[in-house]
Design a protein around this ligand. Structure first.
Ligand code: NI
Length: 180
């Protein structure tokens, strides 16, 4: 297994629409393993392939179905998914703070459906449906957005989005000149 470099916004590659996976072959399973290792090392709760520069519909996540990660009942579930799609979303919504490995140190409160059912191909290539609530439901909606080139900042007001992206662009420039 190996750690993969995570793209940081602003980066045009994060705006790509990811392509479906034809089948979960060995290369896809290996990518899932490397993505999971990369996500856990970051650390993060979810990672999409497009964030490591591979525009295919692959997502990994590890999060609990509880309202917070520190909930006493929190038992994180690890999901490795190809071609995930939301087949049901609750009318009930939840307001929750989100972050993103491609938007370091940036957090924002977003309202989204509280529960979702996601259909996907698992690491063994089997079609699976799972209902997620709490932090996991939030995480999966965030990751599936990535597959359509949608970042957390795209769901904020244009003013807020520009402030965050400018901050990140500046930090990137600073890092580059630091390394040079
Ligand atoms: Ni993200």
């Amino acid at each position: 297994m190996s750690l993969l470099p995570i793209l940081i916004a602003p980066d045009r590659r994060l705006k790509a629409i990811s392509e479906p996976v034809a089948a979960v072959e060995a290369d896809v399973a290996r990518l899932m393993d490397n993505m999971l290792e990369t996500m856990l090392a970051a650390p993060g709760l979810g990672l999409s392939a497009v964030q490591v520069g591979i525009a295919r519909r692959i997502v990994v996540a590890r999060a609990p179905d509880t309202p917070t990660q520190s909930d006493p009942d929190a038992a994180p579930r690890t999901l490795m998914m190809a071609n995930p799609e939301i087949v049901w979303a609750s009318d009930e919504t939840a307001l929750m703070e989100e972050g993103c490995l491609s938007l370091p140190d940036q957090y924002a409160d977003l309202e989204r459906p509280a529960e979702v059912t996601v259909r996907y191909l698992d690491r063994g290539g089997e079609q699976v449906e799972t209902k997620a609530t709490g932090v996991l439901a939030r995480c999966l909606q965030h990751e599936l957005d990535h597959l359509d080139g949608v970042l957390l900042v795209d769901r904020l007001s244009p003013v807020r989005r520009n402030i965050i992206l400018r901050k990140l662009a500046k930090a990137k420039k600073f890092k580059q000149s630091d390394a040079a």
